[in-house]
Design a protein around this ligand. Sequence first.
Ligand SMILES: Nc1nc2c(ncn2[C@@H]2O[C@H](COP(=O)(O)OP(=O)(O)OP(=O)(O)O)[C@@H](O)[C@H]2O)c(=O)[nH]1
Length: 348
Amino acid sequence: MQRIAKKLSTESADDLLQKFKIKVTGNIMWAGGITVLLLTVAQLLIGNTAQGSVMLVAGVFFIGMAWRYHGRRIPIIIRLSFIGLLSAITAMSIVLNSYIGVYWTYPLLVACFFLFSGRQGIGAAAVLTLLFSTVVFVSLPLNDSWRVCASLAIILVLGAVFAVLLEQLQQLLRKLVVTDTLTGVQNRHLVTQVLEEASYRFARYRRPSSIIMADLDHFKKLNDAHGHLFGDQILKQVAERMRSVLRQNDQLFRVGGEEFLIVLAEAQLSDALRVADKLKNTISQTPFRGKTTQVEVTLSLGVAEVVKDQSWVEWLNRADTALLEAKRKGRNQVRKASSVSRDASLQL
Ligand SMILES: Nc1nc2c(ncn2[C@@H]2O[C@H](COP(=O)(O)OP(=O)(O)OP(=O)(O)O)[C@@H](O)[C@H]2O)c(=O)[nH]1
């Protein structure tokens, strides 16, 4: 692997969120199992054998599933069984033990919002609210029943608000994780995923894609001469100009300090070379203006089309090698990569 592929994260924002969810659902399953087993002992000691037996089976099942799916996504059917079994135990407890059983309805409602995402969680909690309300009305005096139902409804509403806000927060987080704060273009987070998908599209359907690696020339000198803040302003403007040249479905990433990657879906090498030329010209033809000064900036670019039987790493390395060649040959130019990854020889 060469320098650029080494820097890329192979973990996407969705992977990170997924890991977090796996941790939360796993912990709930463990906690549920341990709590139920502890309560089983209490039930058996007071001679409540029927409920104790059901709880024993449920507790062992939860622990078993938490163990089996440790560090992995727990299938929805297991999560539904978890809620289903605990609801049955809770309903049984309300019927047998009256008010004491009611206390278990609250944590169960809350667990729904953690075990299922968004609308699924709200739906599951709504079903439980209906179920528990019915059991409560049948088992408790009317005077108290409506109070319990009102408190369950309040938890349902609060939980629903929480679930909606959490979903919005997740979307915002996902956007923040993949966005470069300085330029507003995508950072390198999703590069691996996008390149893998493009490689797959080519391998499976022969649909071409090309990439352009672009690097500002002598940016260190610009920083040294005008200061880092001025350099930041230039980077912002460079990204804006690049975006203005690209089409809606082209993807622009800032993958290093002054290094950009453009992924052109459905573009053959000839199309990508045209785009690279436009990018070069949009940067070099008009000077960049600061408050008191203006500077000329140039861009070197390497272009590579995806080819058969090559991984995304090799594809990226070919573009990177072409970029280095553009730098070596004097900068402010576009070079296309050879189709062979290890062969650094390039053709113009
Ligand atoms: N202002 C600013 N500068 C950055 C940022 N990230 C990296 N740089 C600077 O970019 C410069 C990159 O320097 P080099 O890697 O030597 O590359 P170069 O000077 O552009 O030279 P060539 O690439 O060979 O043309 C360094 O001075 C970094 O400090 C950033 O976010 N803001």
